[in-house]
Design a protein around this ligand. Structure first.
Ligand SMILES: N[C@@H](CCC(=O)N[C@@H](CS)C(=O)NCC(=O)O)C(=O)O
Length: 193
């Protein structure tokens, strides 16, 4: 199995999840500006969407989209999923919110053409982080065990730190809690973060 990633990108969530479960996988670094892999392969030939993450299975099949990849990892490794009758549905609910509402809002911030637009984008991001912080069921999103959604949220919080977006204290505490996990330390070291 191979994970195509870019340092500090949203693919970090998948990277951490795979490290957490002790999966056997190779990492392929992608330069998102040139759309080339570290060995010079045209990344567009691998993923015409031009985005990481991409998971390549040993039979060559490719899986794209963070929500799908994280859901697949949780299905394979239930310790990173959400238990209960509607656990998987709740997990997809959280992953979708993080992807379409939080992750997407950062794009508005990156593409802002004025201070006003940047401030508006930051306010929209803060609102969404506030909502997420109210939904915590324990130390993590669902209980006292992290799920793949917690790792995706963690990456969004690293971005918030990078772009000076204030977040509720509960989320800062959560971020620091995740940061010290051995899997996170390995992923950071490998990605050079
Ligand atoms: N819809 C994709 C979007 C992933 C995405 O935005 N990836 C970013 C890195 S965080 C990327 O590769 N951007 C490069 C580009 O859009 O050219 C998903 O959810 O997996």
């Amino acid at each position: 199995m191979k994970l195509y990633y870019a340092p500090k990108a949203c693919s970090l969530a998948d990277h951490i999840a795979l490290q957490e479960v002790g999966a056997t996988f190779d990492l392929v670094r992608v330069d998102l500006a040139t759309k080339r892999t570290a060995s010079g392969v045209d990344f567009i030939d691998i993923n015409p969407k031009g985005c990481v993450p991409v998971l390549e299975f040993d039979d060559g099949e490719l899986l794209t989209e963070n929500v799908a990849i994280l859901d697949w990892i949780a299905a394979e490794h239930p310790q990173l999923g959400v238990p209960g009758e509607r656990g998987r549905t709740r997990l997809i609910e959280a992953l979708t919110f993080i992807s379409t509402e939080l992750h997407h809002s950062f794009r508005h911030l990156l593409e802002a053409r004025s201070h006003e637009e940047a401030d508006e984008a930051k306010a929209a991001i803060r609102k969404r982080f506030h909502y997420v912080s109210e939904t915590f069921k324990g130390e993590y999103l669902f209980d006292n065990h992290p799920s793949v959604a917690d790792f995706y949220l963690f990456v969004m919080l690293l971005w918030a730190e990078r772009f000076a977006v204030n977040v509720p204290t509960r989320l800062t505490t959560f971020k620091e809690r995740i940061k010290v996990r051995p899997a996170v330390k390995i992923a950071f070291a490998v990605e050079g973060i």
